[in-house]
Design a protein around this ligand. Structure first.
Ligand code: GDP
Length: 325
């Protein structure tokens, strides 16, 4: 790991936009050991889709560094069902925060993209250069278009105004604080919740969406936060950079890991009426590895820690689901 940072965080006022989300909350935990002043914007007071509210917040809070981790996110079902929200909310959040950061002289900003915005049939593992080289996966094209716009906004502001704004492409994330709601979650939290309920309710079968054949890569969110802080300190370029493990697993094999961790011993059945999404998605992590960073947590350990968090926070999870309904 490198010692001398290009952009040291010590003593800085650092805004984590989206601090209640999966990545944002992990960033707040990780930044606690960076000797910086962490700023968070309360969701009840600031709607990041409002340029007026975002501008006022940035003017008053005067962050020097910004992690733009706020986004409307969801799994394959939610993306497909609520396209308007996924494109509009993400466009507005990106445009408002990035432009306010420019106007109020933020020294460094990190925008989070996602590896699901690479083309559906990108070469695997996906290098950063694959962006915009082919058609998008239709199930998440709305989110992808908005995220690509955010990435390009950072690049354009770098070029025109000299802003030190960078973008990062995290792979599929999971971990403590995840969304376990079955209709809007990603596959890891969905399987954890389904396997838990199947075990507790003594059900015979666990229903998994799709064919079980797609390949996916999963990064534990505490590792992701560590990688993001590392890049904030050590990376400055107009080229986006991947953040992942570089390893992939079949969904059917992931189901086995989750069932083992949760202790579900029944049978697995596959619901072919649900979409598989893109057939294979794994990132080329050679650039971030060359800078000196690697993910540390094995998948089974990460799922174990996620399941522990889930069982400890069942009341909070039920409360969130009630509010969402
Ligand atoms: P994606 O990576 O954008 O496709 O998003 P997801 O994490 O939602 O889905 C990953 C893969 O897991 C897809 O092939 C899904 O069909 C599959 N999958 C299997 N069971 C589930 C489930 O219960 N929920 C979700 N979200 N995906 C599931």
């Amino acid at each position: 790991m490198r010692e001398h940072a290009l952009y040291p965080l010590a003593g800085k006022r650092v805004w984590v936009a989206g601090d209640r989300g999966l990545v944002g909350s992990a960033l707040v935990r990780r930044l606690a050991s960076e000797d910086c002043d962490i700023l968070t914007s309360p969701r009840e007071c600031i709607d990041l889709r409002s340029s007026v509210q975002v501008d006022r917040w940035v003017r008053q809070a005067r962050p020097q560094a910004v992690f733009l981790a706020a986004a409307k996110v969801g799994g394959i079902y939610a993306n497909n069902m609520r396209p308007g929200e996924f494109i509009y909310d993400n466009l507005m959040i990106a445009a408002n925060v990035i432009d306010a950061a420019r106007r109020h002289h933020v020294e460094k900003l990190m925008f989070l993209g996602s590896t699901c915005i690479y083309p559906r049939l990108a070469p695997q593992p996906m290098p950063e250069s694959a962006l915009l080289t082919g058609p998008l996966e239709p199930t998440n094209q709305w989110y992808a278009v908005a995220k690509i716009a955010g990435l390009k906004l950072c690049e354009a502001y770098r070029q025109q105004y000299g802003c030190d704004f960078i973008s990062v492409m995290p792979t599929n994330l999971y971990g403590p604080g995840d969304n376990f709601d079955l209709l809007s979650s990603h596959v890891v939290p969905a399987l954890v919740a389904k396997a838990h309920h199947a075990k507790v309710d003594r059900k015979e079968t666990l229903v998994v969406w799709g064919s079980g054949e797609p390949l996916r890569e999963f990064l534990f969110v505490e590792d992701a936060a560590d990688g993001l802080v590392f890049l904030m300190k050590h990376y400055s370029s107009d080229q986006t950079i991947n953040l992942g493990t570089g390893s992939e697993i079949r969904i059917a094999d992931l189901v086995d890991v989750v069932a083992r961790v949760v202790g579900f011993a029944g049978t697995i059945c596959y619901d072919g009426s649900k979409p598989d999404g893109t057939p294979r998605k794994v990132t080329d992590v050679s650039r971030i590895n060359a800078l000196g960073w690697r993910a540390a947590t094995p998948l089974e350990e990460g799922i174990r820690r996620t399941y522990a968090w889930y069982t400890e926070h069942l009341d909070l999870i039920r409360e969130r689901e009630r509010k969402r309904a």
